[in-house]
Design a protein around this ligand. Structure first.
Ligand code: AMP
Ligand code: MG
Length: 480
């Protein structure tokens, strides 16, 4: 009998070692079928595995049947959901399968979604629809390729069950997914301890987080100083994450504090969407009536979530250090957002004032014209010519025109300023603008119709080819 590659890995029970105040031991559901629909071979080298030596059956045994080396842990957590504190959370359809050290030295979690009920399932069935699984695979691969700090999917197994859902034609097919992420620990993990008054459990959790995910801070001798630096770094990581989402036009849709990783990594892709037209009010979740998690609100909401995290952290650290940490959020956000947006506009370096003005004018233009967010950058990339530096007249002539006088004026002002920016560059630097545009503007964007277009053949004729074709395009977004 050959040994299963995944069961052979060395598991490090870091979270389990914290003790059972933080989780419940659970069992996986027994599924009628296990059909491997997606395996992420790209991740295997990170686990020290060669794709050729890992069989589909290895995936199915470990991540469909859940043969295991360590106990399966459903994490306990609370969280602010749409602004209201909810104590009824926790892993309701997933568990931590195991933790392994990557070849990069980092500790990674295999977390499941759709693996059965747990003490936190409430009235839910503990399951994941196949479409939900397909959507998360697509989102995380697309975001990763665009440079967003995100969890990835390691596998997606169709389970042969039928599910009923209000937001999908039902019955609908079921799946179980394994997520490969930096950590299962969320802001809500800390919030729960605060709510329960368990300050005794707060410090072990924070020390654990720092030891595993902020290990460079162990060099800071004074614990208060170390905790302060941890929060400051988390603020920076979250600000950068928000900037990454905003620049790629992504709306996460459910930024509850139980969906905020303590490592600053993006994860949990439910009703997300990449927006088509630039619209700060664009809201991806149909049930988000107040537009709390609209595209444009994301940076503010992340800041609010960080502010809420101060409540539990205050039990073991100084409120002043936390306040100071949070004051850096907006600057970190703007710096990261500006850098990414200027790169999408073709500029790796630009005088600060020129860059600020180019960003401001670009956003104003995008908001007032009917052109799509991604279409604008695609036009810019496709039409760019070094001759643009000779005068503003030829810049972006073929982009969607508007009969609106105000928008036409804005476009004209934008052209003039874009030309001023080009004028500050040397001839070789102008030559690099085209390359910069191609390197930062994806050819394929995961807009909603693209998802529906690959889903249809799966439903109608169980044809997975369009899904794999799209996936390959998303994984190589900058090659035409
Ligand atoms: P989410 O909005 O996906 O982050 O989930 C919020 C909470 O609801 C988490 O505690 C989930 O585990 C739980 N949950 C979501 N869907 C289900 C389901 N089908 N069955 C059980 N629990 C669920
Ligand atoms: Mg969640």
């Amino acid at each position: 009998m050959t040994e299963n590659s995944f069961l052979q890995l060395t598991y490090e029970p870091a979270l389990e070692a914290l003790g059972d105040d933080y989780y419940d031991t659970v069992a996986a559901a027994d599924f009628p079928q296990h059909i491997l629909r997606f395996r992420n071979d790209d991740l295997l080298p990170k686990l020290g595995l060669q794709p050729d030596s890992v069989s589909d059956f290895d995936f199915v045994e470990a991540f469909g049947q859940f043969q295991q080396r360590s106990p399966l842990l459903a994490l306990r957590y609370h969280g602010y959901q749409f602004g209201d504190y909810n104590t009824g959370l926790g892993d309701g359809r997933g568990f931590l399968y195991g933790q392994v050290r990557g070849t990069d030295g980092k500790l990674y979690d295999f977390g499941t979604k759709g693996s059965g009920t747990t003490p936190y399932s409430r009235n839910g069935d503990g399951r994941l629809t196949l479409k939900g699984g397909v959507r998360e695979v697509l989102a995380s691969e697309a975001l990763h390729a665009l440079g967003v700090n995100t969890s990835r999917c390691l596998s997606l197994v169709e389970t042969g069950e039928q599910l009923w859902r209000g937001d999908e034609p039902s019955p609908t097919r079921a799946s179980v997914m394994v997520r490969f992420s930096q950590s299962h620990i969320r802001f809500g993990t800390f919030e729960r301890l605060h709510y329960l008054g368990r300050s005794d459990l707060m410090q072990p959790l924070l020390d654990h987080v720092i030891e595993v995910y902020y290990a460079h801070l162990l060099a800071v001798q004074d614990p208060q100083e170390r905790y302060g630096q941890f929060y400051g770094e988390l603020v920076q990581r979250v600000a950068q994450l928000a900037a990454q989402w905003m620049s790629v036009g992504f709306c996460h849709a459910v930024l509850n504090t139980d969906n905020m990783s303590i490592t600053g990594e993006s994860f949990d892709y439910g009703p997300y969407a990449f927006m088509d037209q630039f619209d700060p009010r664009f809201t991806a979740a149909y049930f988000d009536y107040g537009r709390r998690y609209s595209y444009g609100n994301q940076p503010r909401i992340c800041e609010w979530n960080l502010a809420m995290l101060q409540k539990p952290l205050k039990l073991i650290m100084s409120g002043d250090a936390l306040e100071t940490g949070l004051t850096t959020y907006r600057q970190h956000y703007y710096t990261a957002y500006k850098r990414r947006m200027l790169a999408k506009l073709g500029f790796e370096e630009l005088l600060p004032e020129l860059g600020d003005e180019l960003l401001r004018l670009t956003l104003e233009l995008l908001e007032s014209t009917p052109i799509g967010y991604h279409d604008f950058f695609t036009d810019l990339t496709g039409q760019f010519s070094e001759a643009w530096s000779e005068g503003p007249g030829h810049i972006l002539q073929a982009t969607a025109q508007t009969s609106d006088d105000d928008a036409a004026t804005l476009l004209q002002a934008w052209r003039l300023h874009y030309h001023s920016c080009l004028s500050t560059l040397s001839a070789p630097e102008v030559g690099q603008v085209g390359q910069c545009l191609r390197q930062h503007n994806p050819v394929t964007v995961l807009l909603r119709p693209k998802i529906e277009a690959i889903w249809e053949p799966i439903v109608v004729e169980n044809n997975w080819q369009p899904f794999h074709t799209l996936l390959t395009q998303l994984q190589h977004p900058f090659s035409p």
